[in-house]
Design a protein around this ligand. Structure first.
Ligand code: AMP
Length: 326
């Protein structure tokens, strides 16, 4: 058992009130990891009060229900922040209200939140880290917990396609599947079954992507198109991973307008150039190959596109030089 896991297990044992939060605008890894950790702690310590908090997202209801709490009424509580590197993006928890904060995350390090921080950027997902924690600390995972963890890993590794997938990932998944007897064929549809209008919307995106000679592809999706295809404004975000492995494209960005927050949401992916440094200039961040940004001024969208295109150009030119020298 690594020392972080040992320290985390000890803290869980000590606290009666435990809250588990994750990042705003959650993805399957964020929601699945918080619900799986909550359920595993409840299973082991039925008398503890354990809550998973944050804004509920109806499309992720299949992971389980989130809890509503009044932080002011909690005394001496422990807060877990999962899958979230920075304080500003924590959804539904104020770290100042807790006696202790533990961060478990696989994003590049940003803000210090507490004394115990287990950050592993080489991990596919926070769900992989939670799986490691449960197995090492000898927590039981029932079928629901195991399914949630498996789906979180599958989603964040794009079904084990990304380079973050290691022998350890597969070993942990093997133990999870074996111990909890989950049926992979039964759980995949939760993540991959989708309506025809969404598939048609994906075809629209493919058809209209603007691809530069440097291999940068982008599309700003209009409200009219969202209405035409009967999807919601967040659908483009769910589809962004589907543009991987296209020969002519090494980096791609989809932009959609979030009416509620009055902001342009940009989902950026790469299979070469590092993109999170560019994203961080536009109120964004994330992983080296999977980032997001939030833009309020329309004119900044083209600026962001130009910077990403420039990264593609540099990446291709470096690759060319390396090939010439080898
Ligand atoms: P997304 O494109 O929303 O799936 O996000 C890809 C990755 O970038 C995830 O790890 C997000 O947590 C991160 N990310 C997305 N948007 C932002 C943002 N505005 N600021 C920092 N990180 C972000």
């Amino acid at each position: 058992m690594n020392s972080k896991i040992r320290a985390i297990a000890r803290r869980i044992k000590e606290y009666d009130n435990i809250v588990i939060a994750r990042h705003v605008g959650p993805d399957p890894d964020a929601v699945a990891s918080q619900i799986a950790l909550r359920d595993a702690i409840r299973l082991r310590y039925p008398s503890k009060n354990v809550y998973a908090v944050g804004t509920p997202v109806s499309k992720f209801n299949y992971y389980g229900k989130l809890d509503k709490i009044d932080e002011n009424k909690l005394s001496d509580a422990l807060l877990f922040v999962l899958d979230c590197p920075n304080i500003i993006r924590i959804d539904g928890a104020d770290i100042t209200k807790y006696k202790e904060v533990i961060k478990i995350d696989h994003h590049p390090y940003e803000d210090k939140m507490g004394e115990i921080e287990w950050v592993n950027v080489d991990s596919t997902s926070t769900c992989e880290m939670i799986t490691e924690f449960l197995i090492s600390a000898r927590y039981r995972a029932n079928k629901v917990i195991a399914e949630n963890l498996f789906l979180g890993v599958v989603a964040d590794s794009d079904r084990f396609l990304f380079s973050t997938t290691t022998p350890k990932t597969l070993e942990l998944m093997a133990i999870l599947i074996k111990n909890s007897r989950i049926n992979i064929a039964e759980v995949y549809p939760k993540l991959y079954l989708r309506p025809l209008n969404e598939v048609k919307f994906q075809s629209y995106i493919t058809e209209h992507l603007k691809v530069t000679k440097n291999g940068f592809a982008s599309l700003k999706i209009d409200k009219k198109i969202i209405e035409k295809y009967g999807v919601d404004s967040g659908t483009a975000s769910n589809l962004v991973n589907n543009f991987n492995n296209i020969k002519e494209i090494i980096c791609w960005a989809l932009v959609s307008y979030d009416e509620k927050q009055k902001i342009y949401k940009v989902n950026i992916r790469s299979r070469g150039p590092v993109i999170n440094e560019v994203a961080s200039k536009y109120n964004g961040g994330g992983h080296a190959m999977a980032s997001g940004a939030r833009i309020s001024k329309q004119s900044d969208i083209q600026k962001l596109f130009n910077e990403l295109d420039e990264e593609c150009k540099k990446y291709k030119s470096n690759l060319k030089k390396e090939n010439e020298n080898s």
